[in-house]
Design a protein. Structure first.
Length: 272
C-alpha cells in the first residue's frame, strides 16, 4: 500500500473576535489519527518526514502552524501567549472533529498540549506523546534567554543573534530551525510565547501533571540530552521513555527515521 500524499489546507477560525486562518497539513490514513503540535519557532513542516515513515504509513497525520510561525494568521496588536495556543489547539481539534486521536507535543508544543489536556480532559485523546516537551525549568533552553530582555532589544538584537548562534551548532536540527526562525517566524510572537513557557515550567507542576496522566504516554528525547534531571523520576514511575540516537533537541530533523519508528511502535501498541 502506498501512502496518500499530505495536503496543505487553511482552516478559518474565530478567536477573541478576530478571524484566523490556521494553515495545516493532513496526510490521510486508515489506522488512526495523530496530531503533532510544534514548539517555539517551529512550524508544521517540522513533521513533514512523518509522512514518509513506513512506521506511520497507515496513520492519518495532522500538523498546523501556530500564529506567528509558518503561514497562520498573526496580529501584532494582539499578542498571544501559550494559553492562547492551547485554546486555538482546542478550536482546531473541534473544527476538524478529531476524536480518539494520539496527541503529540514537541518542546513548547509539549506545554501547549499539556494545557490542552488540563483544560479539555481526555475524552477525545487516547494517548499522549511528549517529545522533549517543557516539564521543568531546564527545558526552557531558548525561552529563558528571551525573558531577560525588553521587547525592542529582543527583536532588534537578541533574535538575530539567536539565529546566528543556532547556525553555529553542529547538527541538522539547529541549522534548519535557525532557517525557520529567519524565514517565517515573527520575533514578536516568539517573544510573547516565551514568558508563559518559562512561568509554567518553573515549579514542577507540568512534570507532576505528566506523571499523573491517565492515558498511555511516552517521553522521547535526543541522546545529547540524556542528562535531563527528571528522567530517573520518569523511569521510577514506570513511564515509558525512549532515547533517539544521534540527536539533540530537534530530533525530528536530527534523526526522523528513528523518531517515527519509535512513535509508530508506541501508536501500534495503543488499544483502539
Amino acid at each position: 500500500m502506498v501512502s496518500a500524499s499530505p495536503q496543505i489546507h487553511s482552516l478559518p477560525l474565530q478567536y477573541q473576535n478576530r478571524p484566523f486562518q490556521i494553515e495545516y497539513f493532513h496526510r490521510p490514513g486508515t489506522k488512526g489519527q495523530i496530531l503533532l503540535v510544534h514548539g517555539l519557532g517551529g512550524a508544521k513542516e517540522n513533521y513533514w518526514e512523518a509522512c514518509k515513515s513506513p512506521a506511520l504509513r497507515d496513520y492519518s497525520l495532522y500538523a498546523f502552524d501556530n500564529p506567528g510561525t509558518g503561514n497562520s494568521t498573526f496580529y501584532h496588536d494582539m499578542p498571544l501567549e501559550v494559553d492562547d495556543l492551547a485554546a486555538i489547539t482546542s478550536l482546531f481539534i473541534q473544527a476538524l472533529g478529531l476524536q480518539d486521536f494520539i496527541l503529540t507535543g514537541t518542546s513548547m508544543g509539549g506545554l501547549t498540549t499539556l494545557l490542552y489536556l488540563r483544560n479539555n480532559g481526555f475524552a477525545n485523546v487516547k494517548a499522549y506523546i511528549n517529545i522533549e516537551g517543557n516539564l521543568m525549568p531546564e527545558d526552557c533552553m531558548f525561552s529563558s534567554k528571551v525573558v531577560q530582555f525588553g521587547k525592542t532589544e529582543f527583536i532588534n538584537e537578541v533574535f538575530p543573534q539567536t539565529v546566528v548562534d543556532m547556525k553555529k551548532r553542529g547538527n541538522a536540527g539547529y541549522h534548519i530551525i535557525a532557517n525557520n526562525l529567519e524565514l517565517n517566524t515573527d520575533p514578536t510572537a516568539y517573544y510573547h510565547y516565551s514568558f508563559q513557557t518559562v512561568q509554567y515550567s518553573a515549579d514542577g507542576g507540568l512534570l507532576q501533571q505528566y506523571l499523573a496522566l491517565p492515558i498511555p504516554k511516552i517521553f522521547i528525547y535526543g541522546s545529547a540530552n540524556r542528562g535531563l534531571s527528571y528522567l530517573p523520576q520518569l523511569l521510577a514511575a514506570g513511564t515509558p521513555v525512549a532515547e533517539i540516537p544521534e540527536s539533540d533537541h530537534f530530533v525530528f530533523y536530527d534523526n526522523p527515521a528513528a523518531l517515527y519508528r519509535t512513535i509508530g511502535a508506541f501508536a501500534d501498541g495503543v488499544k483502539n
